[in-house]
Ligand binder design. Structure first.
Ligand SMILES: Nc1ncnc2c1ncn2[C@@H]1O[C@H](COP(=O)(O)OP(=O)(O)OP(=O)(O)O)[C@@H](O)[C@H]1O
Length: 264
């Protein structure tokens, strides 16, 4: 479903700050895979999602989403196939528009008339049901401007909106990192529910080892632009945060693991 072959990326080429990040990274993702991605600071996790979504160009290699080569496409075109939720709770929604207008925009995303927030009245009951499943009272706030919602409510809405256009791929970039523990827990459960319900192929970057272990069917660990661990099936089910840490140290002995990863 997603095939990344021989990915190359160098930042600040031919300068003193040159950083050869990806030197032939490969990753094959099956339809319905829910992959949690962990790794040290600067490992390339966000850059990988940026390149897949077209916001950062790669220098070489190819990325296929199904039969479609997306590695040379514009970010705008790729966004038709991909949903993305960021760490910043303000990015996925439009603050000056109401909850209903935001939802309508997501529902109309890939339609011929494009981004529009016109909503058919008959759809409102279904939208209320979708929102009530978030258990954040948003079904009673249809006409409230999204800028007035809490970070958790906005993130739940972003997640729902990212899933509404039935994306081929969902990219979650530390989308729970800016939330307090209770809200993070709510969004974690929602993430699981939304992904399972739609069987959405998903890559989720996290610094939280417990979430990386508990969620998804596959776990990828990155370090310095390389994939150093890729586990799935029974191995993934039986992994613990402690085992992950010792595996990391085994594979990269001598390197200092990031405090952020270690104490998440
Ligand atoms: N626009 C850019 N210009 C120059 N260097 C960049 C740019 N974006 C990322 N980098 C570098 O690429 C490397 C990977 O960064 P990236 O943000 O992808 O890592 P990460 O694994 O997501 O890290 P973290 O866990 O700290 O968020 C880092 O060394 C970073 O400084």
């Amino acid at each position: 479903m997603l095939k990344i072959q021989n990915l190359q990326k160098t930042f600040n080429k031919n300068t003193v700050n040159e950083n050869k990040l990806f030197k032939g990274l490969c990753l094959s993702v099956e339809k319905g895979d829910f992959i949690t991605i962990i790794g040290s600071n600067g490992a390339g996790k966000s850059t990988l999602l940026d390149i897949i979504s077209g916001s950062v160009p790669c220098d070489g290699g190819s990325i296929f989403l199904g039969e479609q080569k997306i590695s040379n496409m514009s970010e705008y075109k790729i966004s038709r196939f991909i949903g993305r939720v960021f760490q910043d709770t303000k990015i996925g929604t439009s603050p000056s528009m109401t909850v209903l207008e935001n939802i309508s925009m997501a529902l109309n995303k890939n339609k011929r008339y494009g981004f529009s927030w016109g909503i058919e009245k008959k759809k409102i009951p279904d939208i209320k049901i979708l929102l009530s499943e978030l258990s954040l009272e948003l079904e009673n706030k249809l006409n409230i401007k999204v800028g007035l919602l809490s970070g958790g409510q906005r993130q739940a809405l972003s997640l729902l909106m990212a899933s509404l256009s039935n994306p081929y791929l969902l990219l979650l970039d530390e989308h729970m990192a800016a939330l307090d523990p209770k809200t993070s827990n709510i969004i974690e459960n929602l993430t699981d529910k939304i992904i399972k319900r739609g069987n959405i192929t998903t890559l989720m970057v996290t610094h939280n080892l417990k979430q990386a272990v508990a969620m998804g069917n596959r776990l990828v660990m990155m370090h310095r632009g390389r994939i150093i661990l890729d586990i799935k099936g029974e191995e993934k089910k039986s992994i613990t945060p402690e085992k992950l840490l010792s595996l990391f140290t085994e594979k990269e002995s001598g390197d200092i693991i990031s405090d952020r990863l270690m104490f998440a």
